[in-house]
Design a protein around this ligand. Structure first.
Ligand code: PMP
Length: 404
């Protein structure tokens, strides 16, 4: 891919078929490029069969395609071993699986550290664990910009901390977590680190080994893949030490009426028929992503984000959330407009083909910390261009006239 955003957009059929659409909700769901649709159609029309069980050619081809998708995830994450990759239904399922399995060995006196900026999907599973196992949940606060307040880390990360569970990027403020810094502090305290990568992955491949994290989760539908598929990656020794969360076909070794042994990792965490087609689609999306020119894409996304932030700030009647330092954020811009409810704004702009999100974005504690009930969110991906920002700014100008 040697060309610019216009041709990136042309690779996404939904966007190519509707040139006027300003799709600015990629933090909720990215669009799907033709290569992924082709891979899905090809799989379902030539290799559809259940995996890991059949010995006929078709079933073997399906199993091979599923295994190949796992290898594509390994490559995207620069993980050491395909066995470390568990397919799930999405980031939420991955976090719940990890919270349950990791939590089985925790009890009263053990602490899990999260942050005030977490999506509910990386908060509620830990609250359930607190109810179930009596652990203590510690919380790293955010700064006024919505960044994790690392100056408070020593105060909340103690010797009893067993796990730090934080998002790689906030789905509201776009703030990127300094994961390496957190890993250093966590290791010094003897804690493992789990990262919710749901908002990070659509902005480029991740290197879990360079980050030094122990586990990482994300969803397919936020990185140009299908919905209904997600990933939980964990270091091999860690994954091997965890008990499974779900039981059923495919996860057992020897099974009798009295008991069972476990299949090897990752299969012991994938009870039942896995989402084969979606996994193949995700594999195609990640293969496509690793070949993209990410330095140029980041520059493009940053330029658009900067333009949007400057325009909102200059208008004077918006409260813009998130870091002002462009190096500390991804292209997710949440804001409030004085005297206008976010839902009124998103509805009005929606009628003009500008797709935005309004509400608390499943991050109520973060909004509370920033002194807001809700916000409007514009989230960009590689296929957005100046035309989308023009559409948004014109829509906001119309809203200013109509809603006040
Ligand atoms: N974490 C973050 C930061 C998110 O933004 C989201 C999705 N909005 C999730 C977790 C949950 O992802 P999913 O709904 O795909 O399971």
């Amino acid at each position: 891919m040697s060309d610019g955003p216009q041709s990136w957009r042309s690779r996404f059929p939904l966007l190519a078929n509707d040139p006027a659409l300003c799709y600015l909700d990629s933090a909720a769901m990215t669009q799907v490029p033709q290569v992924v649709l082709d891979a899905l159609v090809e799989h379902e029309s030539a290799r559809r069969a259940n995996v890991q069980r059949g010995t006929y050619g078709l079933a073997e081809a399906a199993t091979e395609a599923y295994d190949k998708a796992r290898e594509s995830v390994r490559r995207f994450l620069n993980a050491a071993d395909w066995r470390e990759v568990v397919f799930t239904g999405g980031a939420t399922a991955s976090i719940n699986l990890f919270a349950y399995s990791f939590g089985e060995r925790l009890g009263p006196g053990d602490e899990v550290l999260i942050s005030e900026a977490e999506h509910h999907s990386n908060l509620l599973p830990w609250q359930l664990l607190r109810q179930r196992r009596g652990i203590t949940l510690r919380v790293l606060p955010v700064t006024g910009e919505g960044r994790l307040d690392l100056s408070q880390l020593d105060a909340v990360l103690g010797r009893r901390c067993r796990l730090v569970a934080i998002a790689h990027c906030s789905n509201v403020s776009g703030a990127v977590t300094d994961v390496e810094y957190i890993v250093r502090a966590a290791k010094a305290a003897g804690a493992a680190v789990f990262v919710d990568g749901a908002q990070y992955v659509q902005h480029g491949p991740v290197d879990v080994r360079a980050l030094g994290v122990d586990a990482y989760a994300f969803s397919g539908h936020k990185c140009f893949g299908p919905s209904g598929i997600g990933v939980l990656w964990a270091r091999r020794e860690l994954l091997e030490s965890l008990p499974p969360c779900f039981a059923g076909g495919g996860m057992g070794g020897r099974v009798t009426l009295e008991g069972h042994s476990l299949a090897d990792i990752p299969h012991r965490f994938e009870a039942g028929t896995p989402p084969v087609g979606p996994a193949v689609g995700l594999g195609a999306a990640l293969e496509w992503m690793v070949a993209l020119p990410w330095a140029a894409i980041r520059e493009h996304e940053q330029r658009l984000t900067k333009r949007l932030l400057s325009a909102l700030t200059a208008a004077g009647d918006f409260r813009v959330l998130g870091p002002t330092d462009m190096r500390a954020r991804l292209p997710i811009v949440a804001f409030g407009m004085d005297g206008v409810h976010p839902h009124d704004l998103t509805q009005l702009l929606g009628q003009a083909g500008v797709c935005l999100r309004g509400g608390h974005h499943c991050a109520q504690p973060l909004h509370a910390a920033l002194g807001m009930e809700a916000s409007v969110r514009a989230s960009l991906a590689l296929y957005n261009s100046d035309a989308d920002i023009d559409g948004l700014l014109e829509g906001l100008e119309r809203a200013r006239r109509n809603l006040r």
